[in-house]
Every structure is written in C-alpha cells, then in structure tokens.
Design a protein around this ligand. Structure first.
Ligand SMILES: Cc1cc2nc3c(=O)[nH]c(=O)nc-3n(C[C@H](O)[C@H](O)[C@H](O)COP(=O)(O)OP(=O)(O)OC[C@H]3O[C@@H](n4cnc5c(N)ncnc54)[C@H](O)[C@@H]3O)c2cc1C
Length: 342
C-alpha cells in the first residue's frame, strides 16, 4: 500500500461537497463551518471539492458557507455517484494539491467514498467524528468520536500520513450562517474518464416511497422511550407533536418494543438530531441516546424518576408521570398556540 508519509508539503483544509442530482447534502455546509474554524486555527485556506456533471453553480453555496476555493471536476461519467470514478477524481486532486485535512459527511455516499479514497492514498480515516479540533502545538487534527458503545470518547490522531481524513454525521456540527455576496476562486479541472473504468452502471434511480422521516431536519422533536409503556400511550406523544408541528422520535428501547419503526431512532446507532426543541419523554438519558440529541437548542425532559440522567442535560425538566404531564402540555400548547387573543 502506498504510504504518503512525507507530509511537510501538505497544506489546507478540504471539504467534499456531496451532491446528488444537483442537490447538496446539508452536511457539506455544516462541514464547511467546521472546516472554517480548523483552517482559521491553522492559518490556511478552506476549499471545497465538487464532482459531478453540470454542478458548477453549486459552488455559490460553498462561497456563502465559507469556502475560499472550490475544485471542480465535471464529466458525464460523474453524473451519478459511482465509487471508482469519484474515488479516482478525489485521489488525483489530493495528490496534485496536497491538502492536510479532508472532511466528508458520514452519509452512505460519503462513507463509501471516504473508505475508498483513504485506502488508495494509504492514509488514516476516522469515521463518525463528533468533534474536530487542532492541537496548536503539533498542528495535528484531533478527531474525537464515541467508542465502546459510546461509553468512551476517543481522540484519534493521524501523525504521519496525509491528508488527515474524517467523516462527520449530518447535524453533529452546527450549520454555519450564510455570508451573502461572498465569493471565492473556482478551479476547474479537466480529467479524462471512460465509462468502462466506472465498473458499475446506474440503471435507474428510484425515489424512496416512504421517505424516511427526515428527523435530522426536524425543528421540533417529541421523542418517546421505554417509559411510554405502550403503543396506546404513544398517541399522547403524537398529539403533542401534532399541536407543535413536530416530528416523533424514539429511543432504541421504544424501537425495540415495536412502538415506532427504526428510522425514528435517535442516538449513536440511530439519527443525530439538532432541533430547536427536543422533548425526551420517558427516556432515561443513556449516553448512546444523548450523543444523538445533546446538540438540541432546548431539551425538555419528562420522567417520573428525579434521578434520571436526562435531567443533567435538560433545559427544562418535569418530574411526573408522562400520562398526566404530556396531555397537560398538549392542552396548554393548544390553548396558547390557538389563533386569536390568548
Ligand atoms: C452499542 C449500543 C448502541 C446503542 N445505540 C442507541 C441509540 O442509538 N439510541 C438509543 O436510544 N439507545 C441506544 N442504545 C441503548 C441505550 O444504552 C439505552 O438502553 C436506551 O437508550 C434506553 O432507552 P430508554 O431511555 O427509552 O429506556 P430506559 O433506560 O428504560 O428509560 C425509561 C425511562 O422512562 C422513565 N419512565 C418510566 N415510566 C414512566 C412514566 N410513566 N412517566 C414518565 N417516565 C417514566 C423511567 O424512569 C426511565 O428513566 C445503545 C446501546 C448500545 C450498547
């Protein structure tokens, strides 16, 4: 395996801008926000990498979210994502321009591409990071992620190989604010591709019928845990979510009980969410659940056990039986949110 240990010449922070059908995955902008801070700490440039066909216009988004530069490779072979040509394009760009850090979203596309690129380059990759910082002494990227079922936070370094690669899940990093009117430099590169090297053929793109609930974009989440007790009681949470225009969520215990399908699961092995308000109802606050929702702006916990760990991170806590508390909250919100004089 090639090992690029001569890392002295490597400079700059790169973010892979993931697009599917001309739509950028929001995690790419979140990573530009994180990348901006890393680039600032290192005193280097922040660049985006855009691969596809007819996607040059997407660079506008990269400027407003903080990129100084965008490397763009357009080719019909790149129109749909396929591992081989995407990996080759990214590997070639890295070899040519030598960034010290390369970040990708931990989406299914990003996970696939990151593994292929890291092995081709013979460098280190940390998956599912929850925090990225720079050690000012060594200039190394400190890549922190949960390990051992979330009981330990491990900080991983890639001392000698470049680039230092990491993936980050959607919604773990905050969305940066838009800087309207900001522009950067577009570096357009020609690369030769042929269809045969793609080794995979996209025959049809089928839209998911039951589009998953988009928990990671929900602004208000009403999540239930084992304490909900039954599918019947879930109706109480549904009513609260309905009044607030929120989305239901679940702990793993609630999913395992069969009260909600797996795509509703919040946490380490579920979705990471960052809503404005997160209601944790009958959820104890196990670390594997917390890592998926502690980025919420406001956390409201309802639990009959005053010792439940969820109260340690809750903004507002209500100790009580959810069968009484939730209907009372629903009624009060309904009254206050009703149109007309309060
Ligand atoms: C590798 C690994 C990955 C995992 N990934 C995830 C994950 O992604 N997401 C996740 O959620 N978990 C995950 N878990 C499981 C996690 O460790 C916990 O077991 C789980 O989060 C517990 O769910 P809970 O809080 O709903 O249930 P419990 O821990 O049983 O808590 C139920 C709570 O409800 C309260 N309660 C009971 N009755 C009432 C009532 N009538 N009114 C009010 N409150 C009441 C109780 O006081 C209690 O605090 C993972 C575990 C491992 C080992």
């Amino acid at each position: 395996m090639p090992a690029n240990t001569a890392n002295a010449g490597y400079r700059g922070v790169w973010v892979f801008i993931e697009q599917v059908g001309g739509e950028v995955a929001p995690v790419s902008w979140e990573l530009l926000g994180a990348g901006r801070q890393l680039a600032g700490a290192l005193g280097v440039e922040l660049a985006g990498v855009l691969l596809g066909q007819g996607v040059a216009g997407l660079a506008d988004g990269a400027w407003v979210y903080g990129a100084d530069k965008v490397y763009l490779v357009e080719n019909p072979v790149l129109a749909h994502y396929r591992t081989a040509p995407y990996a080759r394009a990214l590997v070639q760009l890295v070899k040519q321009y030598q960034p010290e850090i390369l970040l990708l979203g931990a989406t299914s596309l990003g996970r696939d591409l990151a593994g292929a690129v890291a092995t081709a380059l013979g460098t280190g990759l940390t998956a599912d990071c929850t925090s990225l910082t720079i050690d000012p002494e060594t200039r190394l990227l400190e890549q922190t992620r949960p390990a051992f079922g979330g009981n330990v936070m491990a900080t991983i370094l890639c001392r000698r190989h470049r680039p230092q690669m990491a993936t980050v899940r959607p919604r773990v990093m905050p969305m940066p604010s838009r800087q309207e009117g900001r522009r950067g430099e577009l570096v357009r590169l020609d690369m030769a591709f042929n269809e045969a090297e793609a080794r995979a053929e996209v025959i049809e793109v089928i839209e998911e019928k039951n589009k998953a609930v988009y928990l990671d974009r929900a602004e208000i989440i009403v999540a239930g845990g084992r304490g909900v007790g039954s599918k019947e009681n879930l109706r109480l949470l549904e009513e609260l979510a309905g009044v607030l225009g929120g989305t239901l969520g679940a702990s793993r215990a609630a999913v395992e009980a069969g009260w909600l399908p797996p795509e509703y699961q919040v946490g380490q092995t579920g979705v990471t969410v960052r809503p404005k308000i997160y209601f944790a109802i009958g959820i104890s606050g196990a670390i594997q659940h917390l890592v998926g929702m502690q980025g919420a702006d406001v956390i409201v916990a309802v639990n009959n056990d005053p010792q439940a760990p969820i109260f340690k991170i809750a903004t507002y806590g209500i100790v009580g039986d959810l069968r009484e508390v939730v209907p009372a909250l629903t009624a009060e919100f309904r009254r206050r949110l009703a149109p007309g004089p309060a």
